[in-house]
Ligand binder design. Sequence first.
Ligand SMILES: Nc1ncnc2c1ncn2[C@@H]1O[C@H](COP(=O)(O)OP(=O)(O)OP(=O)(O)O)[C@@H](O)[C@H]1O
Length: 293
Amino acid sequence: MSPSETPAISFRELRMEFPRRRSRPLVALEALTLDVAPGQVFGLLGPNGSGKTTSVNLLCGLLRSTGGTVLVEGIDVRDDVTAVRERLGVVPQETALYNDLSADENLTFHARLYGVPRAQRRTRVNEVLELVGLAERRGDRVGTYSGGMQRRLALARALLTQPGVVVLDEPTLGVDVQSRAALWERVRRIASDGGTVLLTTNYMEEAQALADNLAILDHGTLIAEGTPDELRGRLGRTFIDVRGSRPDPGWSSCPASRGSPGATASPQCPRTEPPPPSAPSSTGSPSTTPGPP
Ligand SMILES: Nc1ncnc2c1ncn2[C@@H]1O[C@H](COP(=O)(O)OP(=O)(O)OP(=O)(O)O)[C@@H](O)[C@H]1O
């Protein structure tokens, strides 16, 4: 990103504490500073509880930070949350679709709610349904959709208003291999059309497959940042292993930067990640594969 370019997203010394009843506040984010350049796919990678969703919620103005700032295309979320939301298309972890309505009805309702001009609504709904590959199922009740289809529909909903910045919070969690491949392709297409994407994920493979740049969070702290190649080069390894101080069975982890707090290298460390979209899978759930020799 050139120094004169305004970042699509900018986190500056962002801090978030959650009060607790009988103990000190929980620090979910600690002085997070990073920039996402326009047109980039940026991956925010980390284990459960590392602060990814908190970052997204602060970005959308759903939470108010304890310190620091978040800017979207130069606008401070605290100054003008409406202007920020107009620029964002968000796919949250919980898709929050209307199960009794069809995909078409969900999207049309959302388009009305978010001020897509009446004359453009039908065209936009058709475009986004095509984009996520759901045009043929448009009339079906969303309650009958698979999890992956619901995620694709949530992505379609986020794209209705043609946002400059798309935020995806763990878009392929619990999604089967085919749907994951379809979602990855859509994300790549958003970026090739000039959009900016911020993607949170537990999966190193997903981050490597999609992201131009990666930031790795652990316990609310940024422990490494760079392109997937830089991170690999810095470590001289084929994948990154981040370990938190608490064991987390759902995420095996990997050393992101030697010498960083909480990061350790272990050639024997197993990794948990989804199989590649082309690989066969009987369950579609993340598989555990051995680390490199
Ligand atoms: N509303 C809240 N009140 C209290 N604590 C919270 C709240 N939201 C998040 N936290 C805590 O903040 C920390 C970061 O949570 P967050 O949801 O941001 O993690 P995450 O990286 O998105 O995890 P996951 O991969 O499981 O979605 C966790 O310890 C969590 O318990």
